[in-house]
Design a protein. Structure first.
Length: 379
């Protein structure tokens, strides 16, 4: 099968959608498919077996015609649109891709946030996303929230994302040396955060909790792992500036180590594994859509995150993660303090995360994706 993947992000662009598309393409290729990537001018090929079309400078009406020409030139059988509004520059045109191709379009929804169209667009924003869902030959949702919202769509399947960070730790991995790089002494309580900086990550709550623990004379340290701004959302830069202002006001600059963007994923994994706890206080709750959570699960980390907005059966509080209320600095502080006082509970959560990671294995993800494509192709 010849599969075309259309994505607004692709390496070396920063962002979870680009990393997802790259890893999926690699695994689909390993299973015998021929994969072609259509992305923007910032994207580049990283694998000689996966060609990248990167002549596009803007996602507009002309991009739909360009995708259709490329689809015919490459004799694509199935077109897979990796959809997230911000990844396409908030352009409304990508929502009409199924009307401009002669092959089936399968849309993978990473989230269903609406694009900005114009002031007071109102219901039109909801309509344009639902239009894409209804016109697609099939839909892949990556999380339970979107599956519920698209319950009226028949040809859909839930396939979770996996961790974008795949590098295994070396046999001689020394946690203490990586803790030292993060500014932590052997007896310090090292809390790790991983991910981009944006308003849904709940970092204001985490910073307040760090300050609270410090006032209680807990030897706390925070390592900001990676944490780039991404390539798609321009509001991330202003959000980061607000965080730095909060850090100064709290007087906790000395407690925080910033790794900066880490191109080498082995370093990301090392910092994750060296941390005592990974704190991910999402404002909208833990979800399958969160690649940073998948990375923490991948490395078997003790995790504190926020309660999901709906029931997720394999996220079990106290077994494979600790769940707190979103935007509640007291609850997060109490949970962090609880894990500092209970290393045996940290070990239990660590073991639970290791068992959980099999649910997000990339070989399963790519196999389920390919099976869905085959099913749609036969129809």
């Amino acid at each position: 099968m010849r599969i075309g993947i259309v994505t607004g992000e692709y390496p070396p662009m920063q962002g979870g959608i680009g990393a997802y598309s790259h890893i999926l393409a690699q695994h689909l290729t390993a299973q015998g498919a021929e994969v072609f990537i259509f992305s923007s001018a910032q994207a580049h090929t990283t694998d000689e077996h996966i060609p990248v079309e990167n002549t596009l400078s803007q996602w507009n009406f002309g991009s739909l015609q360009a995708i259709n020409r490329w689809t015919r030139e490459k004799s694509i059988d199935i077109l897979n649109l990796q959809f997230q509004t911000a990844a396409f520059g908030m352009s409304p045109w990508i929502h009409f891709l199924p009307h401009f191709t002669t092959v089936p379009v399968v849309t993978t929804f990473h989230d269903l946030r609406f694009p900005y169209l114009f002031p007071k667009a109102g219901k039109l924003r909801d309509w344009i996303v639902m239009h894409l869902a209804q016109q697609s030959a099939g839909i892949i949702v990556t999380n339970q929230e979107d599956e519920q919202r698209l319950a009226h769509i028949q040809l859909k399947v839930l396939i979770p994302i996996g961790s974008n960070i795949q590098h295994t730790l070396p046999d001689h991995f020394d946690a203490e040396s990586w803790r030292a790089k993060a500014g932590a002494k052997p007896d310090d309580y090292l809390i790790g955060y991983f991910g981009l900086f944006n308003q849904t990550k709940g970092l204001e709550t985490l910073l307040s909790s760090i300050a609270s623990l410090s006032r209680q004379n807990i030897p706390v340290r925070l390592v900001m792992i990676g944490g780039g701004l991404g390539s798609s959302d321009p509001t991330n830069a202003s959000y980061l500036n607000n965080l730095k202002t909060q850090i100064q006001q709290l007087g906790i600059e000395i407690l925080i180590h910033w790794t900066g963007y880490l191109e080498n994923e082995a370093e990301v994994g090392a910092y994750l594994a060296a941390s005592d706890v990974i704190a991910l206080p999402f404002t909208d709750g833990a979800s399958y859509r969160r690649g940073s959570l998948m990375a923490a699960i991948q490395y078997g980390c003790p995790i504190i995150t926020t309660r999901p907005s709906m029931t997720i059966p394999n996220f079990r509080d106290g077994e494979n993660m600790l769940l707190v209320a979103p935007s509640d600095k007291s609850a997060l502080s109490d949970a962090l303090l609880k894990l500092w006082r209970a290393p045996e509970l940290r070990k239990q959560l660590q073991q639970g995360a290791r068992q959980l990671r099999q649910d997000f294995d990339w070989s399963h993800i790519s196999r389920a994706t390919l099976e869905f494509f085959e099913h749609l192709r036969k129809r």
